[in-house]
Design a protein around this ligand. Structure first.
Ligand code: TRP
Length: 342
């Protein structure tokens, strides 16, 4: 963590005493803005949503009545954690991508600690704030060693090359669904290349269901998801000194049945121009013109099986809730398999 240089701040804005964004990540934000907004079909990468404020808002989302995902996945873990750990082979090291505050993970860790004296847990997240919350929550597990890593993936998976014992890699929350299919394959292949034969992957996926259930999960009555979505513009304003008027953008949610995904957009309310700060240019919005901020793919069993096999894993077992709204899949790096293609 470094203190920010004042240079990225526009002079109208008072600089806060402390900035939680490193210079490197300010550069990454500027790159993402340049690449995503200077094109006719505007889009932003999902990791931008998770600054400290975004991560806190996401925690609130997980408790919304409409947002069934976290609750359902937690239910599956609560019921089957012992069985899952047994099936995974009681690995001494757990690594979690997109750990956030690791609230569901405690169920896995405590099942593991029931069978093993010591466990090492490496939560990985883009948000340092979320990781320090995770760390303090996990203090109560005395035989657990927590080694957090702040990283984006698949770009920054190098830490996986460190010598580990047998590993269980967790990728929960249907986070894989926030990648389009080619990127999802690329990410799982990158993960796979860093794992060794026998290592396990436990991956959670939201399943296809009626749009009338899916849409409200991303467009809640209290407007928390809208605030989470719009926070990406707040972040861009702060990190690159852009001048988005947050109140002139609207949270829009669509269920794209053909592509099997929920789509989140920010739609311009009227025609407007926005200065992009250190990116050094102004962009123009037509009325209703949208920025695509996030997709959340909804899987069938065949889709996830295909994705795992394509990435070089063997799918061993799936656990579902009673309504079959969510799936937890245990996959493994097979013995003597060729490393997957890039
Ligand atoms: N991966 C989860 C999902 O797809 C969490 C998530 C990512 C999310 N982006 C989101 C939730 C945007 C609400 C809004 O649901």
């Amino acid at each position: 963590m470094t203190m920010a240089s004042a240079a990225v701040w526009s002079s109208q804005r008072p600089a806060p005493a402390f900035r939680s964004v490193s210079a490197a990540s300010v550069r990454a934000v500027a790159d993402a803005v340049r690449e995503g907004l200077l094109r006719p079909r505007m889009r932003l990468p999902p990791w931008l949503l998770y600054d400290a404020q975004g991560s806190a808002l996401f925690e609130d989302i997980t408790e919304l009545p409409e947002y069934y995902l976290t609750r359902t996945e937690r239910g599956i873990l609560a019921k089957h954690a012992d069985e899952i750990i047994e099936a995974a082979g009681v690995p001494p090291h757990v690594i979690e991508l997109g750990a956030g505050t690791a609230s569901k993970t405690q169920l896995v860790l405590s099942a593991l600690l029931d069978r093993q004296a010591r466990v090492v847990y490496t939560p990985v997240d883009v948000s340092a704030a979320a990781l320090s919350l995770a760390q303090s929550k996990l203090k109560r597990f005395r035989r657990l060693t927590v080694r957090p890593v702040v990283a984006r993936y698949p770009e920054e998976l190098g830490f996986l090359a460190a010598p580990f014992g047998r590993r269980l890699l967790l990728f929960l929350g249907s986070n894989i669904g926030n990648y389009d299919p080619p990127s999802a394959r690329k990410l799982l292949r990158a993960v796979r290349r860093h794992l060794l034969p026998g290592d396990a992957l436990l991956i959670g996926t939201d399943l296809r269901k009626a749009g009338s259930v899916l849409v409200p999960a991303y467009d809640d009555a209290q407007g928390v998801t809208a605030r989470f979505n719009k926070n990406v513009l707040v972040r861009i304003n702060r990190d690159v000194g852009a001048m988005f008027d947050i109140d002139r953008f609207e949270h829009v949610v669509r269920w794209n049945h053909a592509a099997s995904r929920i789509e989140l957009y920010l739609a311009s309310m009227g025609a407007q121009s926005v200065w992009l700060g250190t990116v050094g240019t102004e962009i123009h919005f037509a009325p209703g013109q949208r920025i695509h901020t996030e997709s959340s793919y909804k899987f069938t069993h065949a889709m996830i099986a295909r994705l795992l096999v394509d990435a070089g894993f063997r799918l061993e077992r799936t656990w579902n809730d009673e309504r079959r709204w969510f799936g937890l899949h245990l996959a493994r790096v097979p013995k003597r398999s060729p490393s997957p293609r890039r």
